[in-house]
Ligand binder design. Structure first.
Ligand code: ATP
Ligand code: MG
Length: 260
C-alpha cells in the first residue's frame, strides 16, 4: 500500500497556550512538502506534536499513517510505524555511541527475531557514512556529544537513511550546514526519495529547495497553514519576504502564542 499520512484539524498547546490552531496536511508516498514561515509561527511545534513530544498536548484533530491512528501511539510506536523526525536542535546523549543508538533503533523497527546482523549493520553504516562524508570515527562517538552543528545535521540524515522511515520530517536540516554539506545532505534526501516515502521539510531558505525540489510549499503563520502552492511560492518568498502574504490575508502579527 502506498504511504499516506493525513493530518486533520490538529490543535496543540503548551503550558495552556494554544500553538497549533488547526493544521490540515496530507502527504502521500513520493511527495515532498516544504513548510516555510517566519520565526515563532509553530513549525517546530508541529513537528514535535506529530512525533508525540510529551510537552505538547494535542487538544483536537486526527493524525493517521496508512490509516492507523498516530495520536494513540507513544513516541516509540510512532517511530515503529515509520515516522522519523530530524529535530532543529538534536539532543546529545552521553554514554550511548552513535552506532549503538542506530543499531537498537533499527532492531526495534525490525522487531524481535528479525534483528540485523552485526556485519550487515556495519557494512550499511559504513556505506552511508561514506556517502554523507562523515568521518568513520563518528560511529564510536557518543550520540551528538561535541558534534558541530553541521555534524549533527549530517548525523540526523545518517539515521534517516539507516531507519528507512515512511514519513520523514526534517526541521531546519539546512541550518548550520556549509555549502558542501548542504549539497551532501540534499543528495542524501534525494537518494531516499521513493514512492513509499513522503517528506515534510521545514526550512527558512529557498536555497535548500534548489537542491530538493518540493511538490508543495506551505506557509505557516499564527499556528496555521495560511497558504499553499508549488515551488514557485518558495521562490516568491525568497524574493519578496512575507509581507505580501500578511497583507493578502490581513495578518498583522504572524507569530503564535504571544497573546496575553
Ligand atoms: N517548549 C516550549 N515552551 C514554551 N513555549 C514554547 C515551547 N515550544 C514552543 N513554544 C512557543 O511556541 C511558539 C512557536 O514556536 P515554534 O518553535 O513552533 O516556532 P517555529 O515556527 O519553529 O520558529 P523558528 O522558525 O524560529 O524555528 C513560540 O512562541 C514558542 O516560544
Ligand atoms: Mg523551529
Amino acid at each position: 500500500m502506498a504511504t499516506s499520512f493525513v493530518v486533520e484539524g490538529l490543535k496543540a498547546e503548551i503550558e495552556g497556550k494554544e500553538i497549533l490552531k488547526g493544521i490540515d496536511l496530507e502527504i502521500k508516498g513520493g511527495e515532498i512538502h516544504a513548510i516555510m514561515g517566519p520565526n515563532g509561527t509553530g513549525k517546530s511545534t508541529l513537528a514535535s506534536a506529530l512525533m508525540g513530544h510529551p510537552k505538547y498536548e494535542v487538544t483536537d484533530g486526527k493524525v493517521t499513517i496508512d490509516g492507523e491512528d498516530v495520536l494513540e501511539m507513544g513516541v516509540d510506536e510512532r517511530a515503529l510505524a515509520g515516522l522519523f523526525l530530524a529535530m532543529q536542535y538534536p539532543s546529545e546523549i552521553a554514554g550511548v555511541t552513535n552506532s549503538d543508538f542506530l543499531r537498537s533503533a533499527i532492531n526495534a523497527r525490525r522487531g524481535e527475531g528479525n534483528e540485523i546482523s552485526l556485519i550487515k549493520f556495519i557494512r550499511q553504516m559504513e556505506t552511508k557514512m561514506k556517502e554523507l562524508e562523515i568521518n568513520p570515527e563518528f560511529a564510536h562517538r557518543y550520540l551528538n556529544e561535541g558534534f558541530s552543528g553541521g555534524e549533527k545535521k549530517r548525523n540526523e540524515i545518517l539515521q534517516m537513511m539507516m531507519l528507512d522511515p515512511k514519513i520523514v520530517i526534517l526541521d531546519e536540516i539546512d541550518s548550520g550546514l556549509d555549502i558542501d554539506a548542504l549539497r551532501i545532505v540534499a543528495n542524501g534526501v534525494n537518494a531516499m526519495r521513493s514512492e513509499e516515502r513522503g517528506f515534510l521539510i521545514i526550512t527558512h531558505y529557498q536555497r535548500l529547495l534548489n537542491y530538493i525540489t518540493p511538490d508543495y510549499v506551505h506557509v505557516m503563520m499564527q499556528g496555521r497553514i495560511v497558504k499553499s502552492g508549488g515551488p514557485e511560492l518558495a521562490e516568491r518568498l525568497e524574493r519578496d519576504g512575507y509581507d505580501w502574504v500578511k497583507e493578502e490575508l490581513g495578518i498583522v502579527d504572524e507569530t503564535v502564542g504571544q497573546e496575553a
